[in-house]
Design a binder for this molecule. Sequence first.
Ligand code: SF4
Length: 329
Amino acid sequence: MVQSMTTTNPLDVDATMGEIRRMQRAGCELVRVAVPEKDSTTGLREVVRRSPLPVIADVHFDHHLALLALEAGVHGLRINPGTIHQRSKLKEIIVEARERGVPIRIGINAGSLEERILKRFGSAVPEAMVESARECITLCEDIGHQAVKVSLKASSVSTTVAAYRLFSAQSDYPLHLGVTEAGPPFAGVIKSAVGLGVLLAEGIGDTIRVSLTGDPVLEVRAAYGILRALGIRERGVDIISCPTCGRCEVDLIPLVEEVQERLEHIEAPLTVAVMGCVVNGPGEAREADVGIAGGKGVGLLFKKGEVVEKVKEGAWVQRLMEEVERMVG
Ligand code: SF4
């Protein structure tokens, strides 16, 4: 499942709901909401009531916030044993979650491991992250709360991958995948695609979040991009376009940008090809659901492998859109 996180304080219910709706339209299936202070929990209650998506409260430091979030009716709770230091307080949260039947994500982060564990392992190595998760799992099991999911995030892709591999070799608990603080969209998507891609290709991972310094909608789109590239899930349009070269006879880059923008609202899994010349153009356009193979001043429009017509250069995007809209009804 695809998860993302709001950037708002839930105290501002309207802003939070606006973001959740945009995320839902992009295909988000689980939404995480930060609960930074006591006042936020008032808004959180309303957000939970109005949200079309299951809401997971993200709590650090103050265990009272976790208890208040549970009282507000959240569908899931993310806690980090590295930021709720006292075992008695962790216990209180887990008992309350068990009573309410609310699943917990044990969200380990390499940047906030317990001092005790850091001392034992020397630094935030994958083994230390897994140990932190294991200790918290044992606590949940002792309390009798089995509805647990684990994440083991680091900003380093190799540490993240190693931690998840190590954990999944030892345990069957479900895993939420992410490379944390991955960075701005371009770099962040690359890191996430590599890290999550490796793990998902090995069959590791149950939910995913692409973590970006940017609009959460981009996180959702990137997540689907990763899932689609691996053939795990399909949603929205996959654009096949050539990188252009000296043979290109059209101004392809702005054309593809326009096509991408105009196809963003399509949810159906379609392949649309926009190609620059006759070398690979007809082949790729024929393979796509809809495609245009560009040529000098005129392009060939393909639909499901058949040439539909010759289209003058200025009308390519319009004709592509008409065929796509017809296909998705
Ligand atoms: Fe170049 Fe044509 Fe290939 Fe595009 S399809 S990269 S223009 S050879």
